[in-house]
Each structure stands twice: as C-alpha cells, then as structure tokens.
Design a protein around this ligand. Structure first.
Ligand SMILES: [Zn+2]
Length: 629
C-alpha cells in the first residue's frame, strides 16, 4: 500500500521529540537544497516541493503544539524550534545559488508559473539582492522579530491574573455561569480572561464598577512588557523598510497583497470611515438611551448592547445556549458542510495532545476517498491559546499524494454556544475547510496560503450559515430536544446582529488604521499613537487601558494587514450573494469547493473570485452592511 493511502496524523511530540524532529528536518532540508543548487532546471520545482514537505512535516505540528500542548517544556522547545526554522528560511531565501536555480525554471503551466513567482518574491523579500551587510542585518532582524512575537503571544497565553468579584458584583450573571466558576474562601468568584469567563460577565453583571475593573484588567493582559515588545518590533520593521529603500513597512508588505500598495489601503479605510461615522454615532445614541445616560462608556458597551437585544429583539445570548448545545451544534456544522461540499466526516481515534481533542477523517462522499483530517480542540484550559483560530498543520500536494490536516482551536463553553460563538465556530471552520479541501499540485499553494487580505473571505463567508433558516433548521436533526429555531427567532437574531454594525466597523476601522499607522513611514510609540487615535473616537480612551499590549495580530503576521479583515469582508459578502436565496444550494457549494477552496493560492485570489462570480467583486453589499442598512 503506498504511503499516501494511510491516514496522516499529527505526531504528539515530547520536548525531546520537538528538538530532534526540528533538527532532523533542517538537516534533511539542507541536504536537499544542496542538491537543488546543482539540479537541472526541469526538476527544481518538484525538488522544492519535496523539501517544503520535509519542513512542514516537522514544523506544522510544532507550530500547533506551541500554542496548545499542556506541557510547558513542549511549548518552550517549540518556541526555540520555530526560531531555528525562521532563521533557516531566511538563509534559504538569501542563497544566491538557489535564487539562480529558481530563476532558471521555465514554467509549463499556470501553477508552475505562480510557484516560480512566489519563490522569486520570497528571495527578494528576504534580501537576496541586498548588499552583504544589509543582508546580514535583515537576518538578525527577522530572528529578533520572531523571538519578540513569540514572547508577546506567550505573555497573553500564559497570563495567570485572576480577578475576584463579590456576590454583590455578580448580580445579573446567569446561574449556569455562577455554578461553573470557582470561588475563593470568602465566597467571591475567581475568574480569568478566557472568553467563557469574561464575555458573559461583561454582558450581564449589573455592577458597573466591577465591569470597569474587569475591562481595564483585560486590556492589560500583556503590560507592561508587551508594549515594549511591540515598540521594538515596530522599530525593526521600519528598519526593514529602510534596508529596502522603501518609505514604510506597509510598502514592503502590501506589494504582495491584493491591494498592492498602502495608498489603496488608505483610500479603502477612508471610504469605510465616511460610511461608518454616522452609523457609529447612531448606535451609541441608542445605547445611551437604553442606559438612560448622556454617554456610554467602553465597559458598558457589551452590557447595554445585550439589554438592547433583549428589549428590542427579545434575543438573549445566554438563553441562546439552549438552542445551540455545543456538541450538537458541532455535529450540525459537520452535517451542513458535508451537504454543501459533498464530503463525509468520520470520527476516529488517533493520538491527541489533550483528552478533549476530537479527530475526524474527511472523505469524499462520491467515492469514499480520504481527503484529509481535522482536529478539534474546543474548550479552554490553562496555558492554551486564548482565542479561536485554525492551524493548517499540513498542506496538500497532489503531485506528492499528500493529504492535508487542519486543526480548529477555540475556547467555548462546554454546554452551549451564544450566537456570536456560533459564528466564531463557523468562521474558523471556514479556514479549516479551505485547508482540507485544497487540491493544489504544490504544497506551497495549499489552502490558506492565499494572499493575507483574501484569507478571511471564505471564513467570513461561512458565518452566514449561522444566520439563515435553511441552514439553521437542520439543527433539529442533531438535537431533537432543543427548543425549535423558527423564522421569527432567525429574523430577530439577524436584526439584533445588524444593530451595532456601526460600532463594530468603527472599531475594526480603528484597529486597521492603528496597524497602518504603526507600519507607516513615521510610526512613533505604540501606546501614545493608540491613545491619540482612540481619543479621537466617539467613546474616547479610558485611562489605564493598554489595548496594544494585547493586539497579537499586529505583533505577528497581520502587521500592515489588519485591514484585510474588512477588505476580505467585501469579497465574503459578494460570495454569499452568489449562493442566492438558498445557502444550502449544493451546486453552488460544489462550485465554491472546486473554484475557490480547492485551488489555494495556485492563482491570484482576484482571478479565482472573478471566475467564481463571473464578474469583478462589488463592494455594494459591504457598504450597505456597515451603514446598517
Ligand atoms: Zn479568520
């Protein structure tokens, strides 16, 4: 039986295994690259793909375990290994002999042409054409940024701060919450920053002072150290721009994105701002009315939004958990995904890093062939990654017969999901499917390797399946005892969700503009820049808060890229429109699988989207949504 018929799984490594696996992979990759230096032109791309697979076999699992393994020794070994990998990759893409080999390739099809272009750009972006001294400095900077970004993430992930709230401060909290959270000797609840602790408290505690205390603490999860880290990262990024003789880090980054330059981002953000400004004020005025106050403070926002939802739409997020029991909702999501894309999920027992983790084989419904594998790590625990994300642990390669694996990591309540959490689940699963259903010839073109300002489109698109009757009505088949989801509830959920889009997009605009400011020609100190920008918003800046210390996105790969969420949302809304009035339209589902998901980055995103839509992208639906229309 050829090796690729066997189910691929994630090896559960010890700290020693991490070290060994990393150093073996680097050694083997080094040996193979040496061969590429003298290989004949026709075999360069194939040999490159094989080398990239050797590296991914080691560093795919290491990168995931770095964020989820319960053992600190494993996470720390993974930190070190990932730095070694990043240093190695810079070396590879500064190697002139390899550069010359990549340049010599004569592509015979579009995928090869794209792969060659991607490789040449990686060489260029790692400084292969820079003078020796600048090249060395680039190497030092890359290593240092990797190290700093890891420390930033670790400070958030492993933050041990807890807050104590008295029974008086807990008035308004759901009984299920109070039954679940631990207490100290005096009967106060003890909570940390996991979503199931933080969000219901902010939505429901009647005590304004308690919410304020919790809100401020939450923005200080990374301080003071992460502020210094971010400042150093920002300075180093500016230095990269200087090495290349471009005005800003944003110039260096955006030339590889759909937008192509920072000016396009600025124009887009200006358009968003002018569309959102009235909507944000209008939303805030309505909340102030509900609160009976002239102005809403930041720590009151979630609370009064929830009251408004209850009063106006009779939608209560906590009560929705009964409609969306976590496990049944997961089964429902797998079911609708099976129907849409013509696949099957089969649970199987494989080694896992924690007993909560579940695994599914993904098979093609037509012929039963194994397509790939999916791991789900759904619930919070100490030292685990605190947000929701998908890891493309292993990418496809058709030419090598390689099957993909993606892992979904979230921090859900075990009993049930709110509607927001339902959307989060669908969003991340959108990324998982992008990884697992890709069928590209080359490993480097796998699923989510698309342009960073496109990658959020399939995931944001999938959120909509949590907002329509035709998909939600199928939940009944997985939870006969759940309260029935009817037209009225769905339309109230949709209306409640619509309220606050001005506030939400106002915030997204601020994050994106802040990111672009830090990536600009004159970035400044991050906390000062943030205070100034937040002060200029309708709700202003709260003294003692330090949001930038928690902004992991821009400490890592989303730098000069946060705008991508909104840029991709434009595309996502257009993709949804292509499904027409029935989201469970399986023929469009199959087309989406074939024309977008399966093709990863083997063509530029714009080409894939235009082929699927049969026309260029329109931003009309997006601007309607942010104006709350
Ligand atoms: Zn996402």
């Amino acid at each position: 039986m050829p090796i690729f018929r066997v189910r691929p799984t994630i090896p559960i490594l010890t700290a020693d295994d991490v070290n060994r696996s990393a150093s073996d992979a680097l050694q083997e990759a080094r040996r193979r690259l040496k061969e590429i230096e003298t290989a004949n032109t026709a075999s360069v791309l194939e040999m490159w793909d094989d080398t990239s697979i050797v590296l991914e076999d080691a560093f795919g699992p290491i990168s995931l375990l770095n964020s989820v393994h319960p053992d600190a020794a494993v996470r720390d070994a993974a930190d070190r290994a990932l730095i070694d990998e990043s240093v190695f990759m810079t070396e590879v893409f500064q190697n002139e002999r390899l550069f010359e080999r990549a340049r010599s390739v004569v592509p015979v099809n579009k995928a090869q042409k794209q792969l060659q272009k991607d490789l040449l750009e990686s060489f260029e972006d790692s400084g292969v054409a820079l003078p020796q001294e600048k090249r060395e400095r680039f190497r030092e900077i890359s290593e240092r940024i990797t190290e700093l970004a890891q420390e930033f993430a670790k400070n958030i992930r492993e933050n041990k701060t807890v807050l104590h709230f008295t029974p008086g401060e807990c008035l308004g909290l759901p009984k299920s919450y109070l039954d679940r959270v631990p207490r100290d000797g005096e009967g106060n609840i003890v909570v940390g920053f996991d979503y199931p602790d933080f969000v219901p408290f902010m939505m429901n505690s009647a005590s304004e002072s308690a919410r304020k205390r919790y809100y401020i603490a939450n923005t200080n999860r990374g301080t003071p150290r992460n502020i210094d880290i971010l400042d150093e990262i920002v300075r180093l990024r500016k230095e990269i721009a200087d090495l290349y003789g471009v005005p800003s880090f944003a110039h260096y980054v955006t030339k590889r994105r759909m937008v192509e330059n920072p000016e396009t981002v600025s124009r887009f953000l200006d358009e968003v701002k002018s569309a959102v400004i009235d909507a944000e004020r209008r939303d805030l005025d309505q909340l102030a009315q509900i609160a009976g106050k002239p102005k809403i403070e930041r720590w009151e926002m979630m609370y009064y939004r929830e009251r408004l939802r209850e009063q106006r739409y009779t939608v209560d997020q906590e009560a929705l958990r009964e409609y969306f029991p976590t496990v049944s909702t997961l089964h429902w999501m797998l079911d609708i995904t099976e129907r849409l894309y013509g696949i099957r999920f089969e649970e199987a027992t494989v080694p896992v890093w924690h007993e909560d983790v579940i695994y599914y084989d993904v098979k093609d419904a037509d012929n039963g062939d194994l397509v790939g594998g999916v791991y789900l790590d759904l619930y919070p625990r100490a030292d685990k990654y605190k947000h929701a994300a998908a890891w493309p642990v292993r990418g496809v390669s058709r030419r090598a017969g390689r099957k993909p694996i993606s892992a979904l990591v979230t921090n859900f309540n075990r009993d049930g999901l709110t509607h927001n959490e339902l959307e989060t689940l669908l969003h991340e699963f959108g990324h998982v499917m992008h990884g697992v259903l890709s069928k590209t010839e080359y490993n480097q073109h796998s699923g989510t390797s698309v342009e960073r300002d496109f990658v959020e489109a399939p995931s944001q698109m999938y959120e909509e399946w949590g907002n329509r009757m035709e998909s939600l009505s199928l939940l009944r088949e997985h939870c006969a005892g759940c309260p029935e989801i009817d037209e009225s509830l769905v339309s109230r959920i949709r209306a409640a969700r619509k309220f606050g889009s001005g506030i939400d997009y106002g915030r997204q605009h601020l994050y994106a503009a802040f990111d672009m400011a830090l990536s600009s020609a004159a970035p400044g100190e991050c906390l000062e820049v943030w205070k100034k920008m937040e002060r200029a918003t309708p709700m202003g800046h709260i003294e003692g808060t330090s949001f930038p210390g928690t902004f992991e996105h821009i400490a890592s790969g989303y730098a000069a890229g946060y705008y991508g969420y909104m840029w991709a949302k434009v595309i996502a809304l257009d993709l949804i429109a292509a499904f027409g009035p029935d989201l469970m339209n399986t023929s469009t589902g199959r087309r989406f699988r074939d024309l977008i998901l399966s093709r990863g980055s083997e063509l530029p995103a714009r080409d894939l989207v235009e082929e699927f839509l049969g026309r260029p992208v329109s931003s009309e639906a997006f601007f309607q949504e942010i104006r709350g229309e």
